[in-house]
Design a protein around this ligand. Structure first.
Ligand code: PNW
Length: 487
């Protein structure tokens, strides 16, 4: 009867001898055959990939160092009134000099992957033409440091920092010359890094640098061009993606994997009834017609083209084929929901506006609905038969403070993470092909127009001293990774 008094698996192991223990009982990091971690909480699949994400302009700093020239974000941030507090990425997290320390932070979280972005104007200061060897050398060092720490680099080639020279010369993405230059740059980086980097994302989030960069003008380069020109600019960005996929395949060592890091509207059915779910599927296709749907289907939807009318983009079948170049996986950046209900009129669906009382995080736009982490992979699998899905960003801003004891108790981020991961876990449990999760972000950083005022990190950064302080959420995430289960 003495075994009844034993409380922990470790005691149990001692009693019966370790040889008899199931492999998962010892550490808790491995999944049990039944998909249940040592704690009894359902675990993620055995090879589920845990990672963190960042982007060059948001963390690197060293804006004028070693031959880097300005990007459109350097210019935009310098324009009075554009970025909160007049903040710029000049110094940011000084990651260019502190990358070893930052890789150590990743290592201490236990993650196996890190999504970083390469700064185009660091590698090609003029956007094209002569390469800047010192810029390339930084990504060599960073990549080597990651690999030495057992962390796989997943590399984004464009996270919004377009070389200013290309904006000046061609009006940036308004010209397909920029798309061609991008494919050349992508090929160059893939050739240089693909002996060590096996995963590439050509472009991060189209809407944020096209619709917001050239439509509303709330992000760099801050232009407002007419509807027809905007649709053509969107099309140019799609071409840049497609041509880059082709160029990377041609230039890289065999076997590299190429995917998206896109933030579509994530359509969540208001209630999970068959009618609302069907409406959400239709909405997912139509509301994302300009980018995600175009890439995954190789065509613009009829509704998109007819709504655009005489402002519709001009394109050829060959271009649409390039845009739909086969991908190895699809990554989605998952933040805020679009709630959808069935609707008998017209499209068959309607967007349900958020009530003014709807909960949100510190960023104005970041409304809370963990269901996005479930519906993103499910929609990709159901609508487009995607076989490998990653959440390439998920996270939240919160009003982080250092408490009297020196700790940062970001209980709202802990809640955000736990609920979103539980929702992601529901997706894997039901068999939807979600293969990994990258947290946005490793550490607080330059949050675009919000400057340093909105913090998304697992690590708090004191931007005066560059000290990194683990938040409570870092502890949670480390525990999640260790258990491979929601903690
Ligand atoms: C992403 N929205 O941007 C970017 O990839 C990151 O660089 C950024 O720091 C992070 O999310 C947090 O903002 C987004 O309005 C910006 O839904 C806006 C939205 C989504 C993502």
């Amino acid at each position: 009867m003495s075994s009844l008094k034993l409380r922990t698996r470790r005691d149990f192991g001692k009693a019966i001898g370790t040889a008899a223990l199931a492999p998962w009982a010892a550490g808790g990091a491995m999944a049990s055959p039944a998909g249940t971690a040592a704690t009894g909480v359902p675990s993620f699949p055995a090879n589920f990939l845990w990672g963190c994400a960042t982007a060059a302009y948001q963390i690197e700093g060293a804006a004028h160092e070693d031959g880097r020239k300005p990007s459109v974000w350097d210019t935009y941030a310098r324009t009075p009134g554009k970025v909160a507090g007049g903040d710029t990425g000049d110094v940011a997290n000084d990651h260019y000099h502190r990358y070893k320390e930052d890789v150590a932070l990743l290592k201490s979280l236990g993650v196996r992957a890190y999504r970083y972005s390469v700064s185009w104007p660091r590698v090609f200061p003029e956007g094209r033409g002569p390469v800047n060897d010192k810029g390339v050398a930084f990504y060599d060092r960073l990549t080597d440091e990651l690999l030495a720490a057992g962390i796989d680099p997943w590399v984004t080639l464009f996270h919004w920092d377009l070389p200013q020279a290309l904006e000046d010369r061609w009006g940036g993405w308004q010209s397909r010359e920029t798309a061609k230059a991008f494919a050349d740059y992508a090929a160059f980086v893939a050739r240089r890094l693909s002996d060590r980097v096996r995963h590439f994302f050509p472009i991060n989030e189209f809407v944020c640098f096209i619709d917001q960069g050239y439509g509303t003008g709330i992000k760099a380069p801050g232009k407002q061009i007419p509807a027809g020109a905007l649709n053509q600019t969107r099309h140019n960005a799609l071409l840049a993606h497609g041509w880059a996929v082709e160029a990377i395949r041609a230039a890289a060592r065999p076997g590299v994997q190429i995917g998206l890091a896109e933030n579509p509207q994530i359509c969540v059915p208001v209630i999970e009834t068959p009618a609302h779910i069907e409406a959400a599927r239709q909405a997912m296709r139509e509301l994302n017609a300009p980018f995600l749907t175009a890439i995954l289907e190789g065509r613009y939807t009829t509704a998109y083209l007819s709504a655009a009318g005489r402002h519709a983009p001009r394109f050829t079948p060959e271009e649409m084929k390039a845009i739909a170049s086969p991908l190895d996986f699809v990554g989605l950046n998952v933040y805020t929901p679009t709630h959808i209900r069935a609707d008998r009129s017209g499209a068959g669906f309607a967007v349900v506006p958020l009530p003014s009382s709807y909960p949100r995080m510190a960023s104005e736009w970041l409304f809370l609905d963990p269901a996005v982490a479930y519906w993103a992979p499910r929609h990709l699998a159901e609508i487009w038969k995607v076989k490998d899905v990653y959440i390439t960003e998920n996270g939240c801003s919160s009003d982080d403070r250092i408490a009297a004891d020196g700790c940062v108790y970001d209980t709202d981020r802990v809640m955000y993470l736990r609920t979103h991961l539980a929702s992601a876990r529901r997706a894997t449990e039901e068999g939807w092909p979600l293969r990994g999760y990258f947290h946005w972000s490793l550490m607080d950083n330059f949050e675009w127009t919000d400057g340093y005022g909105k913090r998304f990190g697992l690590y708090y950064v004191d931007f005066r001293t560059q000290r990194r302080i683990p938040k409570l959420s870092a502890e949670l995430f480390r525990e999640v990774v260790r258990r491979n289960a929601v903690a």
